[in-house]
Design a protein around this ligand. Structure first.
Ligand code: C2E
Ligand code: CA
Ligand code: CA
Length: 240
């Protein structure tokens, strides 16, 4: 697992990390998840890979500095989300790592919950009562239903990079984005902008009132061993 910092856009402090899977293949080198996750999703292999991600990420995060509430987000695919064993897998990962549930956030996409909305709501409700966070991933790529955002009550909303990139975003996108961020704000849902690559992206997302962000401007995903270094950058003395 690699970890990409999530930054508070107001202070530039690292406040969390997204856990992203890579496959270290003996011949092909690092294989990106876009290549193997869709294949794993065609079978129950994704359930095992997902359990691995949860175990690794919770163990890693339990070793990060405990003074502040640095969280870890873990991607959960559609098939994994509808697996009845998911809640137990999460409980085991939290139990074995000792990570406080409030420091774990599960990233799910709208489409993962649309398969069976009633069941998805129950699972989300169950996880939220345990203190686990829910982030709605890739917002802006699917239906992006506003009523869904209200009903699902995620803790975080991840705005897809296609909305962040000015090359693709027009005036209408700005209006939509502004409305979404304002609605999320009113619902006390934290907004995270994905794919911040340039100072212009950062400035725009700040102006739109987005609270957090991640992207190559700050850092790509790094191996677990580099996380402490990223966190040290938060300390004022290292900035000085
Ligand atoms: P995602 O959840 O949308 O993750 C964000 C992707 O954007 C990551 O690609 C990340 O490295 C990349 N990224 C970060 N900053 C920037 C930026 O500034 N510009 C651009 N262009 N890209 C940026 P990655 O790691 O290749 O992951 C691809 C997808 O694979 C993820 O998309 C997620 O859907 C899936 N994935 C990754 N790890 C896992 C996992 O453990 N479980 C599951 N189910 N899916 C995973
Ligand atoms: Ca994600
Ligand atoms: Ca995403």
């Amino acid at each position: 697992m690699h970890y990409q910092p999530i930054v508070d856009l107001a202070t530039s402090e690292v406040v969390g990390f997204e856990a992203l899977m890579r496959w270290d293949h003996p011949e092909r080198g690092w294989v990106p998840p876009d290549v193997f996750i869709p294949l794993a999703e065609q079978s129950d292999l994704i359930v095992d890979l997902g359990a691995f991600a949860l175990r690794e990420a919770t163990t890693a995060a339990s070793g990060w500095n405990r003074d502040d509430e640095c969280f870890v987000t873990v991607n959960v695919s559609a098939r994994q989300f509808s697996d009845p064993g998911l809640v137990d897998t999460i409980k085991t990962a939290l139990g074995q790592s000792g990570l406080v549930p409030s420091r774990l956030v599960l990233e799910i996409t709208e489409s993962a919950t649309l398969r069976n909305v009633g069941e998805a709501m129950r699972t989300i409700g169950h996880l939220r009562r345990r203190g686990i966070g829910i982030a709605l991933d890739d917002y802006g790529t699917g239906y992006s239903s506003l009523s869904y955002l209200v009903n699902l009550q995620p803790t975080m909303l991840k705005i897809d990079k296609s909305f962040v990139d000015l090359k693709w975003a027009g005036v209408r996108d700005d209006l939509v984005l502004e409305a979404v961020v304002a609605l999320a704000d009113n619902l006390k849902v934290v907004t995270i902008a994905e794919g911040i690559e340039t100072p212009e992206h950062l400035e725009r997302m700040r102006q739109l009132g987005c609270q957090m962000g991640q992207g190559y401007l700050f850092s790509p995903a790094v191996p677990a061993s580099e996380v402490p270094g990223q966190l040290r950058r938060n300390r004022p003395e290292s900035v000085a």
